[in-house]
Every structure is written in C-alpha cells, then in structure tokens.
Design a protein around this ligand. Sequence first.
Ligand SMILES: *Cc1c(COP(=O)(O)O)cnc(C)c1O
Length: 218
Amino acid sequence: MQQAAVSCGRNPNDIHLLAVSKTKPVSDILQAYENGQRHFGENYVQEGLEKIQALSQFSDIVWHYIGPLQSNKSKIIAENFDWMHSLDRIKIAKRLNDQRPSELAPLNVCIQINIDDESSKSGIQASETKDFLEQMREFSRLSCRGLMTIPSATKDINQQRASFERMQSLFVKCQEDFKQIYPDFDTLSMGMSADMALAIEYSSTMLRVGTGVFGSRT
Ligand SMILES: *Cc1c(COP(=O)(O)O)cnc(C)c1O
C-alpha cells in the first residue's frame, strides 16, 4: 500500500487498511491485532457478532460490516458495529438510524454504488447517489462517511480503470456537493487484494483486503 501510494504521489497516511476477516478464526484477528491492525471487516451478520463478542475486551477494535444486509438483521449491526459499508436502501438507513443506541457514536455509513450496473450486484446506480444522499439528511444517528464499491470481476485493465475512474469522479463530486452537510464525508472504500494498487491510483482511502492479509479462504 505504501509503495502504491508513493508511486502515484499520495500520502500513505491517507489510505487505510480494512482487514477483511470473514470466515477466519478469532485467533487470526488477534494475531493481526497484536501486529497493530485495528480495523476489521465482516460480511456475515451472525459470524461478525460472534467475533465482536469474543473480542469485546479489545475496545479499540473498529468493526466494519461490508456484506449484504437484510432488514431483519439491521438491529445487530446498529448495536454492535462501528461502520456499515454496504448501505443501498433508505429503508435500511431508517432502521439503522432508529436502532442505533443513544450511548454510541453515530454509525459510520458508506453508500454502496453498483458502478458497473451489474444485475447480480447490490448497490445503487451512480445516477441515484445525489438523491440518496439528500434523503440521508434526516438520519442524525448515521454519519455519512463516503462511498463503497465492488467493481465487476474483470481482468481487462482498461475496464478496471474506467470503473475506478467513474467512482473517483463521483466521490469528488459528492464531496463538493455535500461538504456543508456531511463534513466527515472522507472515505472511498474501494480496492481488494487483487486491485489494491489501481484503487490507490484512483483515490481510494480504504482498501478492504482479505486474502492479502489472512491468506486464501476455503
Ligand atoms: C471478501 C470481501 C473483500 C476481500 O476480498 P479479498 O479478495 O479476499 O481481498 C472485500 N470486500 C468485500 C465486500 C468482500 O466481501
């Protein structure tokens, strides 16, 4: 990550590593923790909850939910996680807002963008983003932190670049349009093990890396 940042003229401190620990045991998370990692991402509600409970004495771990969310599970996210990256429905936003306990800080959220318009993927369309962010204004228990995307799984470098570039300009535009309303809108959650360097080139601020940190999943 540092090398990729330096080679495109970015400050490495602006780019954060989210270690995606889905399917990996608590012992792996602990090992990463002992090496200084604090941000962990999970994509299954029940599995994530079990790990949060098992590691509850480590109060400086920051838990990110990055998977699809059914509305009947929103309460678990609102009560236990610090971040939610995959928000794509106002109905879920309303539930998370209502269910966020008052003693906790507002839940950090990123809006998931289906940047390649794939029918199989969750996320809103890029053209819907402005309207979605307008509607988010009423939710005082959510902090709008940025955008998240999972581009199509292509090996075509030009297509990858094109998708990342669309996300980059959408992110910059949203930051400009909403900086008064969402002063903490600073996160572009983009890039995984296979496309980290490219994502950094296109302004990603948070890389979600599973395989690259913990090894392949079975
Ligand atoms: C699994 C997952 C990742 C990590 O993928 P790797 O290729 O293992 O780095 C990132 N983001 C999301 C949403 C995931 O589900």
